[in-house]
Ligand binder design. Structure first.
Ligand code: NAD
Ligand code: WQD
Length: 336
């Protein structure tokens, strides 16, 4: 697994081990801390093999793939901050594309033919009809981060097209939130959080004074944007299901939305977090954030039909688990 020390990867390791898989992690720790490894090990009750290197290093990637037989790779590694990608486009293209090239080259050379890739609902772009369906085209992202996802989807399709021993699952996540129910692993953004849930959690725990709600004049029921928030535990279970389905699939490219199919507004998230934490979340409605769409949510029926997977957790569950993580680890993972 690449990026296994990150937010979604760390939760997915636990699910994979529980399902009987042996997991090896590669992570550069560019956006995560080594302390997560011990937390994962406590939850799985054993050691986790972790290789700390950057996947853009072709020699190290090649060496690892040559060192033991891998049945499959789940590729979470990538930089993901939309605003930062606008400021640093080359770093985003280089990191996200080069790491994928290096990984796919080494996989093919060493006979590993199953790849599960972390794509994003952002590939649907501003014009796709709601709810988003996997067969929509053309994919058009509106920022460099999103364009790396669109480009990588095309690259992986092209490789699967010419290589009959290579199969790929493109998983388009909606808005992953929440944490492991133990409260020992969760989302640990560095600096000021870009995303809604971690910001709300930091307001609740007293690290930030109030939330700025970006726009109150959208054409939605309460005027704030609506998103398809999905519990990271449900998402992790979706990867296990996708891996099994891909291995059995006669088709070489499969695309699945991983969302709940239900939109929730910013004000509804605030209310749910207040219920979960028992604390007020002071907020102020400010101007819209550039690039935000009024509403996005998944048509989750293909994953239900083909994977037998559906999200099970409510927005209240998501907030309760995010709060348990945030209140037990107000400053996130320790540095050492
Ligand atoms: P994350 O930043 O917590 O995890 C990504 C991990 O990859 C980090 O631990 C980072 O150190 C590592 N990494 C980055 N570049 C690397 C490289 N070149 N070599 C080795 N390791 C590298 O992010 P996440 O939220 O867990 O997201 C995982 C994946 O899912 C990403 O590809 C992201 O774009 C995608 N995704 C995330 C969201 C979301 O909102 N969290 C939504 C849709 C898609
Ligand atoms: C959710 C809602 C904001 C922060 C992003 C990426 C997307 C995907 C998931 C990776 C929006 C509002 C937010 C705040 C706010 N990532 N908000 N105040 O923008 O739907 O998706 O993460 O693939 O590509 O763009 O998620 O959590 O940033 O925002 O009012 O301080 O909360 O306007 O309506 P988004 P988000």
């Amino acid at each position: 697994m690449s990026g296994g020390a990150g937010y979604i990867g760390s939760h997915t390791v636990i699910r994979l081990v529980a399902a009987g898989h042996d997991v090896v992690v590669v992570d550069s720790f560019a956006n995560s801390k080594p302390a997560v490894v011990g937390r994962i090990e406590s939850l799985i009750g054993g050691e986790l093999e972790v290789h700390a290197f950057d996947l853009t290093d072709k020699d190290k990637t090649e060496h690892l793939l040559a060192s033991m037989p891998f049945d499959a790779v789940i590729h979470f590694a990538g930089l993901k901050a939309v605003g930062e990608s606008v400021e640093q486009p080359l770093e985003y293209y280089e990191n996200n594309l080069e790491s994928t090239f290096s990984l796919v080259r080494a996989m093919r050379r060493h006979g590993c033919g199953l790849l599960v890739f972390s794509s994003s609902a952002t590939v649907y772009g501003p014009d796709a009809p709601l709810p988003y369906r996997e067969d929509y085209e053309p994919l058009v992202a509106t920022n460099p981060y999103g364009r790396t996802k669109v480009m990588i989807e095309h690259v992986l399709r092209d490789v699967a097209h010419i290589d009959e021993s290579f199969k790929v699952a493109l998983l388009r996540y909606f808005n992953p939130v929440g944490a492991h129910p133990s409260g020992t692993i969760g989302e640990d953004p560095q600096g000021i959080p870009n995303n809604l849930l971690p910001f709300v959690a930091q307001v609740a725990v007293g690290r930030r004074e109030k939330l700025a709600v970006f726009g109150g004049d959208y054409p939605t029921a309460d005027g704030t944007c609506e998103r398809d928030y999905i519990h990271v535990e449900d998402l992790a279970a979706g990867h296990v299901a996708a891996l099994t389905a891909l291995a059995a699939s006669p088709e070489r490219v499969r695309t699945w939305n991983l969302g709940t199919g239900t939109p929730t507004s910013v004000l509804e998230v605030i209310a749910a977090f207040e219920r979960a934490s028992g604390r007020p979340i002071p907020y102020e409605i400010v101007g819209r954030r550039a690039g935000d769409l009024a509403q996005t949510w998944a048509d989750a029926s293909r994953a239900a039909d083909e994977l037998g997977w559906r999200a099970t957790k409510s927005i209240d569950d998501m907030c309760a688990d995010a709060w348990r993580w945030q209140s037990q680890n107000p400053l996130g993972y320790p540095d050492a």
